[in-house]
Design a binder for this molecule. Structure first.
Ligand code: ADP
Ligand code: TYD
Length: 204
């Protein structure tokens, strides 16, 4: 693929959206024909994205929920990720496959054996693996504290659940150290921004 795919991952409230807003304004990344496309999962205002949000606002069977997220991922790849990478663009996604492995790896834990590996495996052969992934690491306690001030809550914003999700993210990062940059999400956003911009420029 001629372009580059960069993903941002981490538990709720770890600062991904804040960082992406900073990056959109970052002068060093704003060269005239860089062609950066910002996107996200779950996708917004799409049939599959709406199905995902309906599922996470309700009690849906966890396996059914996984496959709704998978359907949204497939649509995201075919409609946004692949066409832009083929056109040589840099695609930056707020959440991507690792969120599925980490979150649904936790919702499906004790329901199916080796949930995290199962989810990883159902991506193989058709997904597009990111060139680079920034993982914002935050304690679940800090996450819940930060999310307190946000309007809508998801069923995922609970300390015990987020502890497992955080562990899953770390497990995935350890198996692919070349792809991951782990950031301390408690540091000032501007400090992390510097690290991120340097790293992105180094792979272009
Ligand atoms: N580096 C940081 N230090 C302290 N607070 C932060 C930092 N980054 C983001 N926040 C705050 O934490 C909250 C959640 O951030 P947000 O970017 O929405 O997280 P996410 O997109 O990962 O869910 C917001 O109130 C935001 O202002
Ligand atoms: C992409 C994805 C998100 N999620 C979860 C993470 C969030 O709690 C929720 C909604 O995602 P999002 O709207 O990105 O929430 P936030 O802005 O708090 O990061 O869906 C999964 O469980 N699996 C997935 O594959």
């Amino acid at each position: 693929m001629p372009g580059k795919l960069i993903t941002f991952e981490g538990i709720d409230g770890s600062g991904k959206s804040t960082m992406l807003s900073l990056l959109k304004e970052n002068k060093d990344l704003k060269k005239p024909d860089d062609g950066i496309v910002f996107t996200r999962e779950p996708t917004q205002n799409t049939l599959t994205g709406k199905a995902v949000y309906a599922a996470i606002e309700n009690d849906v069977d966890p396996m059914a929920e996984l496959f709704l997220f998978m359907a949204d991922h497939a649509a995201h790849i075919s409609e946004t990720v692949r066409p832009n990478l083929s056109a040589g663009k840099i695609v930056i996604s707020d959440r991507y496959s690792d969120s599925r492995c980490a979150y649904q790896g936790a919702t499906l834990d004790k329901i199916i054996p080796n949930a995290l590996d199962f989810i990883k495996n159902i991506h193989v052969g058709w997904t597009i693996v990111p060139d680079l992934t920034f993982l914002f690491d935050l304690t679940p306690e800090d996450s819940v504290e930060r999310c307190k001030n946000r309007g809508e809550k998801t069923k995922f914003e609970k300390i015990e659940f987020l502890t497992q999700v955080r562990e899953n993210f770390m497990t995935i990062a350890k198996t692919e150290p070349g792809r991951f940059v782990i950031l301390d999400a408690k540091r000032p956003a501007e400090e992390n921004e510097k690290i991120i911009v340097e790293k992105i420029l180094s792979i272009l």
